[in-house]
Structure formats: structure tokens, C-alpha cells
Design a protein around this ligand. Structure first.
Ligand code: ACO
Length: 327
């Protein structure tokens, strides 16, 4: 069976930097609290007129440019996001039109911070089964627009941006996706949600005034499930591929909290210096965090041919997943 191979990566983030010192002026917090509890020092925030596609599109174009593949060869466009330009049409169709992927299948998927891994899993199945030849998977988020900037529990955590990969079906190569594992537990949906704005509670002034249209998170409970789930799903995908933990050359975890990353790294016994961390510069960019990290590592030339790369993420749903590939 054919293997899906990543042949290009890209990312784009807003220009505007919001530092912890800036946040100290908005809510009752300190740089010391944010750095010691999360590892975040600054994040990028979209301006008032910017939307998801303003970053998802350049990220996609950069990935296509690296792959040397024209947009019209893409026959599958997946955009993972919970903050699309509009509830509908899907942002993936904006990307499809802008890159000139005429007639390609295009859809958005909603799996919060795990969205990119879910997108990778879907694209992998399409490419292996012959349903598509060239897939573009984008993970992007503008959560700053759905953040309550008076709630110190959440507003210090999130940042905006997008990352993308181009995947091709390859019949000969040893490299490519070795496995993707995806899971969910809807019983825990209340831990992290935007209560209003959907069909249960359509947009209303009352909900806006009561802040129900913004992100609500029970951080501490989410933290505990995150550590356990990320470790378990990473272990699962490695076992399924017959690989040992020490064979991982790069571990790219979702960048939600440095303490979660370190705890998972310890549980998985990832070798020292083999976990990629950039949370200090971007905060939690949700679906964008793994593809942004992957693109940074790739463009810095730090992933070598044959390297085993493990990605894992966790988010609202609750949903979690891991992807494993040989570079
Ligand atoms: N500045 C100062 N104090 C704060 C701040 C802040 N920004 N935020 C909270 N505090 C206070 C709290 O009010 C609390 O004070 P109290 O003890 O007087 O009540 C105290 O700090 C401790 O609060 P906790 O919530 O217990 O802090 P914790 O150490 O758990 O850190 C955090 C909070 C950073 C949110 C952490 O729990 C976390 O990262 N959780 C997981 C997040 C995650 O993985 N989310 C999933 C992905 S996101 C997605 O899917 C969109």
C-alpha cells in the first residue's frame, strides 16, 4: 500500500507581539506567574481586520513552495480549526480557491488543539486508499477573537497563527506516515468549551454580555487528563509501529503548557534535547501549534532524512491523538 509522505511545510503568524508585560497591564497577573506556570513569554495576536485565512493561506503557500508543487495538483484541502473566518462557508474552500486547486475536495474539521493530528489522520487514509494524490493539511487558529480579555485564567494562554503540510502518496519510499492514533471522550467536554454561539445557544446579546461566547476552561482538571492522554496515545502509536521510545528523534508535542510537555516527555523517556519547544514565543496556538513547530524544525534543517518524528496533541472535546512518521 502507498505511504503518505510530508513533502512541504509552512507557517505564518501575526506581526503583533503581546508580551507578558503587556498582559500585566490588562489583567491581574505577572510575568513570573505566567512563565513559571506555563512557560509562555509572548504570543502573536491578529489585528482587528485579520482572520484565519490571512495566515492559513500564506502557511499553505509556503508549504507548496517548499514541495515544489503547484496549487492545481492539490486534490484534497483540509483545514483544522475552531476559529474559521466564518461559521460557513468553510475556510478550507477559501484556501482551495486562492491556491487554484480547482475541483479539489475541501472541508474544515473541528478537533480543537488536536485538529492538525486529526487532519493528518484523515489525509493519510485518503492518500493510502487512493482517494487523493496530493493533500494540503492546514492547522490554524485565531483564538484571540474568542478570548475573554478580562479572564486571567485563559487570556494569558492563547496565541494566533497557522501551520501547513503538503502530503503526497508515495509507493516506493520507506519514509512517510507510519501511523496515526486518534481518540476522544465527550464526557469531559465541559472542561474546555465556548458555551454559546452554536445552535444550542445561538449568538445573542445576553450571552455576549454574560461572556458565554468566550473560551471557558477548567485548567487544572484539563492539565491532568492532558498528561495521561498524551503519554498513552504516544505510546500506542509507537507500539503499533514496532518502535521503542528511545528511537524517537523528535518529539513535537502540542504547545499548551511547558509543564505538560515536560511531564509527558519524562513519562515517555524521550531523550534529552529531542523534544521541540517553542511555547515561549507563541503560547498555545491550538490546531496550529504542531505544524508551526514542525515547520520551524524543518526549515532550521534539524530533521534529518530517516529521523523518527512523533507528534501528539490534546484539546477540547476532549480529543487527543498522535502521529508518527519517518522523515
Ligand atoms: N495570573 C495569576 N494568577 C492566576 C492566573 C494568572 N494569569 N491564572 C490563574 N491564576 C490563579 C488562580 O486564580 C488560582 O488562584 P487561587 O489558588 O487563589 O484560586 C491559582 O492561580 C492556581 O490556579 P490553577 O488553575 O490551579 O493553576 P494551574 O497551575 O493549574 O495552571 C493552567 C493553570 C496554566 C491553565 C494549567 O492548568 C494548564 O495549562 N491546563 C491545561 C491547558 C490545556 O492543556 N488545554 C488543552 C488545550 S487548549 C484547546 O483545546 C483550545
Amino acid at each position: 500500500m502507498k505511504r503518505a509522505r510530508i513533502v512541504g511545510t509552512g507557517m505564518a503568524v501575526p506581526e503583533k507581539v503581546l508580551t507578558n508585560a503587556d498582559l500585566e497591564k490588562i489583567v491581574d497577573t505577572t510575568d513570573e506567574w505566567i512563565v513559571s506556570r506555563t512557560g509562555i513569554r509572548e504570543r502573536r495576536i491578529a489585528s482587528e481586520h485579520e482572520a484565519l485565512s490571512d495566515f492559513a493561506l500564506p502557511a499553505a503557500q509556503r508549504a507548496l513552495e517548499m514541495a515544489g508543487i503547484p496549487g492545481d495538483e492539490v486534490d484534497l484541502v483540509i483545514c483544522a480549526t475552531v476559529s474559521p473566518d466564518t461559521p460557513f462557508p468553510a475556510t478550507s474552500t477559501q484556501i482551495q480557491a486562492a491556491i487554484g486547486a480547482a475541483g479539489a475536495a475541501a472541508f474544515d474539521i473541528s478537533a480543537a488543539c488536536t485538529g492538525f493530528i486529526y487532519g493528518l489522520g484523515i489525509a493519510n487514509q485518503y492518500l493510502r486508499a487512493g482517494g487523493a494524490k496530493t493533500a494540503l493539511v492546514v492547522g490554524g487558529e485565531i483564538l484571540s477573537k474568542f478570548t475573554d480579555w478580562t479572564d486571567r485564567n485563559t487570556c494569558v494562554l492563547f496565541g494566533d497563527g497557522a501551520g501547513a503540510v503538503v502530503l503526497r502518496a508515495d509507493g516506493e519510499s520507506e519514509s512517510g506516515i507510519l501511523g496515526v492514533s486518534l481518540h476522544s471522550d465527550g464526557h469531559l467536554g465541559h472542561l474546555l468549551q465556548r458555551p454559546a454561539g452554536g445552535s444550542r445557544r445561538p449568538p445573542s446579546l445576553r450571552d455576549l454580555e454574560a461572556d458565554q461566547s468566550f473560551i471557558k476552561m477548567r485548567g487544572n482538571e484539563t492539565f491532568k487528563v492532558a498528561v495521561r492522554s498524551l503519554a498513552e496515545v504516544s505510546d500506542e502509536v509507537l507500539k503499533a509501529a514496532g518502535l521503542a521510545h528511545e528511537e524517537v528523534d523528535w518529539f513535537i508535542p502540542h504547545q499548551a503548557n511547558l509543564r505538560i510537555i515536560e511531564a509527558v516527555g519524562r513519562r515517555l523517556e524521550i531523550r534529552e534535547g529531542h523534544t521541540y519547544v517553542n511555547i515561549e514565543r507563541y503560547g498555545n496556538t491550538s490546531a496550529a501549534s504542531v505544524p508551526i513547530a514542525l515547520d520551524e524544525l524543518n526549515r532550521a534543517g534539524r530533521i534529518e532524512e530517516g529521523d523518527i518524528v512523533l507528534c501528539a496533541a490534546f484539546g477540547s472535546g476532549l480529543v487527543w491523538g498522535a502521529g508518527l512518521f519517518r522523515w
